[in-house]
Design a protein around this ligand. Structure first.
Ligand code: GDP
Ligand code: MG
Length: 184
């Protein structure tokens, strides 16, 4: 979004990003880890905010991300349309230790596309990679689904911070690459 040059701005772009997926896959903790470098065992009662901001640098540009959390609405397998309004990218998250959350990925992707442009960048995220013994979804299975749905794929751990920033940066870079040709 271009801002009037007369207004001093602390960023070059602002991107709204939504984080979606089944309940308890770790969406709120991915957001917490990325924006505040924190992790919580019980986020249900502590997270009341709808979104949090974090600035990243991509291609030398200061990009302010506004990352939106569902705040528990996803329990009803859908969220209100306002959640998606104006979003430029999505992280669709599943839990590597829960097969059913992986099975629901395509439903969440369909829901995202129902509310956003068809070419919206989406990164598929398999979270809780630290729980090695409990893993139920292989990297191959997830990669195959990502290819089928034409998404990027990353495995993260909000607990030990593995790939969390990388997943968000990958999404931000995809959004930026899409927007770059539109700049004058
Ligand atoms: P949400 O419902 O998708 O927002 O999920 P939460 O962020 O509330 O996380 C649900 C539960 O999973 C909480 O008990 C978290 O502490 C836990 N959790 C989230 N991410 C991870 C992770 O990467 N590894 C492990 N081991 N637990 C996680
Ligand atoms: Mg949550």
């Amino acid at each position: 979004m271009r801002r009037p040059t007369s207004v001093a701005s602390d960023y070059d772009f602002i991107f709204k990003i939504v984080v979606i997926g089944d309940s308890s896959v770790g969406k709120s903790n991915l957001l917490l880890r990325f924006t505040r470098n924190e992790f919580r065992l019980d986020t249900q009662s502590t997270i009341g905010v709808e979104f949090a901001n974090k600035q990243v640098i991509v291609d030398g540009k200061r990009i302010k991300t506004q990352v939106w959390d569902t705040a528990g609405q996803e329990r009803f397998k859908t969220v209100i349309p306002q959640f998606y309004r104006g979003s430029e990218g999505a992280l669709v998250v599943f839990d590597l230790t829960k097969w059913d959350t992986f099975e629901h990925v395509s439903t969440w992707v369909e829901e995202v596309y129902r509310h956003t442009p068809a070419d919206l960048p989406i990164v598929l995220v398999g979270n809780k990679s630290d729980l090695i013994e409990q893993r139920r979804v292989s990297r191959e299975q997830a990669t195959a689904l990502a290819e089928q749905l034409n998404l990027s794929y990353m495995e993260t751990s909000a607990l030990d911070a593995t790939n969390v920033e990388a997943a968000f940066i990958l999404l931000v870079s995809s959004i930026y690459e899409k927007r770059k040709p539109l700049q004058i």
